[in-house]
Design a protein around this ligand. Structure first.
Ligand SMILES: [Zn+2]
Length: 427
């Protein structure tokens, strides 16, 4: 149910909105294997596999079998572990027609230590991300870059398979692939087009048909190409953010942007927008990844009105997520977003309400944020932040309503330290 999940987005010019490309369903290329393979694969447990309390059962929505990469909880097996110590193998790769400029260590330093710190902060310390680079120099591929046929949306076969086989052959003498949970291939930025024109970066996640190294398939691998430098002068602070996005796929998270861009979720999740100012993940994703305990989640499954006291997502501890299941596949999530932690571009703190549909595949809009102020133009003008949804959160006295489903989410009040009292009414 998973296979290549690639990234999107070509930022047009600096400050401009992001255009994007549809994430292609790869079922076509590897049709025979997807689905069944994962069930049989003796892979490590998925990110969230612990038994759940019965109270949360109705909130553990799941998608149909054909969904490649779903918002369902728990995440399907086959992805990398997202809690505890996770060892990431980093390989800096170059080509005869794109020789590495500067040192490979400098390339690595474009992503670390920020990526590890990003995961530490977002996971409240539950993901201890250890980047390792046993080969400190550029790993030269045997063929020129152009020969691999790597382009945006390219499937795993044949180009990426060849590239991974060549990477394994070149690295194997010095690397024990069994020691790692995931692989980051940090390609020299001068290979392929500028990220301003075409973003090639891609992750192949849960791909147990990948070439085998030291007896294990290179099943979860992220590839990062040219720099996401929008020219605003913030590359050194924000350029690494493509890697936590790509690794999000390795942990089983779908893309939230669609072929229309980031308008479904805006800057509220790094799986929606990974350019520009730092941002966090939605609480739904944190629960999915095992970064929230079940007692930090409340499930509003019963008819009537329930009260939920929610603490800001950026702060460790306390209740974070209320979920209103509509059926076995969909529901509304409710959380409190404020500035702090990884969220640096929040211009209207408050209660974020969004619809989660586990039956909608990656890149097709599995999550949609409700905008408390539709067509307002938003409250930010920061580059690469979807403006319209920046003031989406609901404040005290405001109510989200889904008339069709009979669901209401009202923000009753908020304390000075950001604890919001929310009333959920449902049939
Ligand atoms: Zn992506």
């Amino acid at each position: 149910m998973q296979q290549p999940i690639w990234r999107r987005i070509s930022a047009t010019r600096r400050g401009a909105a992001l255009a994007s490309v549809t994430a292609l369903a790869l079922a076509v290329t590897t049709s025979a294997s997807t689905g069944r393979l994962m069930e049989d694969a003796p892979s490590a447990a998925g990110p969230v596999s612990a038994a759940r309390g019965a109270a949360l059962g109705p909130c553990m929505i799941s998608g149909a079998m054909g969904v490649q990469m779903s918002e369902g909880v728990p995440t399907q097996p086959g992805y990398a572990r997202s809690t505890g110590t996770v060892r990431a193998l980093n390989l800096m790769v170059d080509f005869s027609d794109a020789p590495g400029e500067g040192s490979a260590k400098d390339r690595l330093a474009e992503f670390f230590p920020q990526t590890s710190q990003w995961f530490r902060t977002s996971s409240y310390g539950r993901l201890d991300y250890r980047p390792e680079s046993p080969i400190s120099g550029w790993l030269r591929m045997p063929k020129p870059f152009a020969k691999y046929g790597i382009e945006r949306g390219a499937p795993f076969d044949p180009g990426y398979r060849e590239l991974v086989e060549d990477i394994v052959a070149a690295a194997d003498p010095e690397v024990d692939f069994r020691a790692y949970d995931l692989v980051n291939v940090l390609v020299t930025p001068n290979a392929g087009p500028s990220a301003l024109d075409t973003v090639l970066s891609v992750t192949f996640a849960g791909n147990h048909e990948a070439p085998v190294a030291d007896g294990v398939p290179v099943a979860n691998a992220s590839f990062v190409y040219s720099r996401q430098d929008d020219g605003s002068g913030s590359y050194h602070e924000t350029g690494y953010r493509v890697l936590p996005h790509e690794n999000g796929h390795v942990f089983g998270l779908p893309d939230l942007y669609t072929h229309d861009g980031g308008g479904a979720v805006g800057h509220w999740d790094i799986m929606s927008e990974d350019w520009g100012a730092n941002n966090d993940l939605l609480a739904w994703h944190k629960w999915k990844l095992g970064w929230l305990d079940d007692d930090q989640v409340s499930c509003a499954a019963k008819a009537g009105t329930t009260e939920h006291l929610l603490t800001p997502l950026a702060r460790s501890g306390g209740a974070k997520l209320a979920f209103v299941p509509l059926d076995e596949k969909t529901g509304y999530a409710v959380e409190v977003r404020t500035g702090g932690g990884n969220d640096e571009a929040v211009c209207k703190p408050g209660v974020l309400v969004y619809r989660v549909d586990a039956d909608v595949d990656t890149g097709h809009g599995p999550i949609t944020v409700a905008d408390s102020t539709a067509d307002s133009g938003g409250c930010t003008r920061r580059p690469n932040v979807h403006a319209e949804l920046s003031d989406a959160p609901y404040g005290p006295g405001e109510t989200f309503t889904d008339r069709e489903k009979g669901v209401r989410v009202t923000v009753a009040d908020a304390t000075d330290d950001g604890v919001h009292r929310v009333h959920v009414t449902r049939p």
